[in-house]
Write a protein that binds this ligand. Structure first.
Ligand SMILES: Cc1cc2nc3c(=O)[nH]c(=O)nc-3n(C[C@H](O)[C@H](O)[C@H](O)COP(=O)(O)O)c2cc1C
Length: 204
């Protein structure tokens, strides 16, 4: 089939927006932020990736909850322009998912979901203590994308990575062993995947 998104993202026979299942697997950035009163927030974003390795920059894309209401994560970053990307290993999948519920902005998802925080080194938002790697970031730029038909705004938030935590157990022979990080990937719908088979392919 072929369709043009300007006519809607669910043309027959598709019952759901197919993009999540087409552009996958996606890594998950589990993003911690604070608001101006230092109230902490934690939520997962799979429209997330690294955009530059050196100097290191990352991006994620919060979609507004409604035409009037931005996600807490986005509002916090505009108020306090710092965030932490906590990487999600397989054993953290359930807690990561629990933190995606629509809590009111004065609820700290660390408390609500039984997730232990650890102080960050440079930025104000805490990190997830159990995450085997975390990227402390400052806001570089936020880009607003044109709104969709439902009027909800989307943003791309680009962060400069100013501090990197790596669990020493991940480091083997001077390299991070991805199998020890065992990051979970987001697929379409409610599906997730582990690392699966790993191939080493040397460049020509
Ligand atoms: C695995 C996963 C990935 C998600 N990715 C995104 C995303 O990329 N963008 C987005 O706007 N919401 C995403 N969500 C939904 C948010 O996590 C959810 O709306 C959350 O309540 C936002 O919290 P906040 O209002 O505290 O920022 C995702 C949820 C899950 C479970």
């Amino acid at each position: 089939m072929f369709f043009e998104p300007s006519n809607g993202m669910r043309p027959s026979p598709l019952q759901h927006n197919p993009l999540n299942a087409l552009v996958c697997p996606r890594p998950i950035g589990w993003i911690s932020t604070v608001d101006a009163r230092a109230c902490v927030n934690l939520a997962p974003f799979s429209y997330f990736n690294a955009v530059s390795a050196d100097p290191p920059y990352v991006m994620f894309a919060p979609n507004a909850a409604s035409p009037e209401v931005e996600k807490d994560t986005f509002r916090n970053i505009i108020d306090v322009p710092e965030f932490v990307v906590n990487l999600v290993s397989m054993e953290l999948a359930q807690k990561m998912n629990a933190s995606s519920a629509s809590f009111s902005s004065d609820i700290d998802e660390f408390d609500a979901c039984g997730i232990e925080p650890a102080a960050s080194t440079i930025v104000r938002p805490p990190r997830v203590k159990q995450s085997k790697a975390a990227l402390e970031c400052t806001l570089y730029e936020s880009v607003q994308l044109p709104g969709g038909a439902d009027g909800r705004k989307s943003h791309v938030v680009i962060g400069k990575v100013v501090g990197i935590h790596i669990d020493d157990d991940l480091i083997v022979d001077g390299r991070v062993d991805e199998t020890r990080l065992n990051a979970i990937a987001r697929l379409g719908y409610f599906n997730y995947a582990g690392l699966g088979e790993i191939l080493e392919i040397r460049r020509p």
